[in-house]
Design a protein around this ligand. Structure first.
Ligand code: NAD
Length: 354
């Protein structure tokens, strides 16, 4: 095996500690040091891992090859610049930056210092997402005209620094960048138009609801809706759904551990004489039950996926075997989409994008 990657983590809170746990299970990696301005966090560092209160001191540590930046969003630019100048390879948490201008600055400095640079968008390896992507990639429902990705919760609202806009709080920066990144990576076409509604439903400071429509040049209309205040009394305190509609079928995918099915029809309904069905909503011809035998169902495709594949790809890149799955240029486009979303929501207007 090639040399192990020696990691250092800057920002040892929720996500920094999550990374430390992941690294323990990677045979090709070792955690050498962590840094946090709050020394109380060091209680969660394993024996043998060095601790620093200053990022500069961690970056001066020659045993470290790659730093993972997991501080609040506002500080990402400062840390990426410092890390690049210290000649460390960099994995930065999402959202990569507060603006597309900051992403450009990061791309320039990492290029100039010739260090590796990627972003922890591990939700490209979410199970439900990969099922939707497989359906898209394999054309399992024919020509797709609509894709809807939604996430609803009532307990997932803002906490800690996430309630401060100036620190990069709000749901668009938190889950939004994941859900939008998933769509942009799945649909390799020019993004023509962006339209969005972004609101503060119960949070006065930062956005806690959004509904985004992305129209792509290949005819796909992608919709992403997230709400943190969709109260529900079931044991499930969140809901995750996908709907993929094509001209040869529909797919419904529910939950992060996805359940669902692909539905097809044995025969397309042509222009047939109307048959009236009585429903609770009154008599209908368009929305009655399908004729006997017309509805066929299939299981969702199987996919093998896990979040550690983000790191597997990073290691494969370091050893010259793979391109980085998450390229800074893609994240620049993502951040430009986020900016278009904010402008669209502010003026209630569609934005022509590419
Ligand atoms: N990829 C994901 O799924 C995911 C999930 C959660 C959070 N995140 C991202 O991870 C980052 C951190 O979020 P979190 O939820 O872990 O926050 P957190 O508040 O739990 O942890 C942040 C830590 O950074 C420390 N810190 C602050 N300023 C510092 C500085 N100058 N130097 C060193 N340490 C400093 C804080 O003391 C804290 O311990 C954010 O960018 C967030 O968006 C990503």
């Amino acid at each position: 095996m090639a040399k192990k990657i020696n990691f250092g983590i800057i920002g040892f809170g929720f996500m920094g500690q999550t990374h430390a746990e992941t690294i323990k299970n990677l045979e090709y990696a070792e955690l050498k040091a962590v840094c946090d301005t709050n020394e109380a966090q060091f209680e969660y560092a394993s024996a043998g891992v060095k601790t620093y209160v200053s990022a500069d001191d961690l970056l001066a540590d020659e045993t470290i090859d790659t730093v993972i930046i997991a501080v609040p969003n506002l500080l990402h630019l400062e840390m990426v610049v410092k890390a690049a100048k210290a000649k460390k390879d960099i994995i930065c948490e999402k959202p990569l930056a507060m603006s597309s201008e900051e992403v450009k600055e990061m791309m320039a400095v990492t290029k100039e210092e010739d260090v590796r640079f990627t972003v922890h968008h591990q939700r490209r390896w979410d199970h439900d997402y990969r099922v939707a992507k497989e359906i898209y990639d394999q054309g399992l429902v024919g020509n797709i005209y609509t894709i809807k990705s939604s996430l609803y919760g009532f307990n997932g609202n803002m906490h800690d620094w996430h309630i401060y806009p100036e620190l990069g709080g709000g749901m668009l920066y938190d889950w939004g960048v994941h859900l939008i990144d998933q769509m942009l990576w799945m649909i390799p076409a020019k993004l023509q138009t962006v339209y969005a509604d972004v609101r503060n439903v119960i949070n006065e400071n930062v956005d806690d609801y959004f509904n985004i429509q992305l129209y792509f040049e290949n005819g796909v209309n992608a919709q992403i809706e997230l709400g943190t205040y969709f109260l529900n009394s079931s044991e499930n305190w969140f809901e995750r759904h996908w709907f993929v509609g094509g001209d040869k079928g529909s797919a419904k995918i529910d939950g992060f551990n996805p359940k669902g099915e692909i539905t097809r029809t044995s025969e397309l309904l042509g222009n047939v004489p109307g048959k009236i069905t009585m429903t609770h909503a009154g008599p209908t011809r368009s929305f009655g039950p399908a004729p006997e035998g017309r509805i066929l169902t299939e299981e969702l495709p199987e996919v093998e996926v896990s979040h550690r594949m983000f790191f597997d790809n990073y290691y494969a890149h370091i050893t010259g075997k793979e391109e980085l799955t998450i390229q800074p240029g893609q994240i620049l486009r993502l951040m430009q989409v986020v900016e278009a979303i904010r402008i669209s929501a502010k003026y209630h207007q569609s934005i022509h994008f590419e």
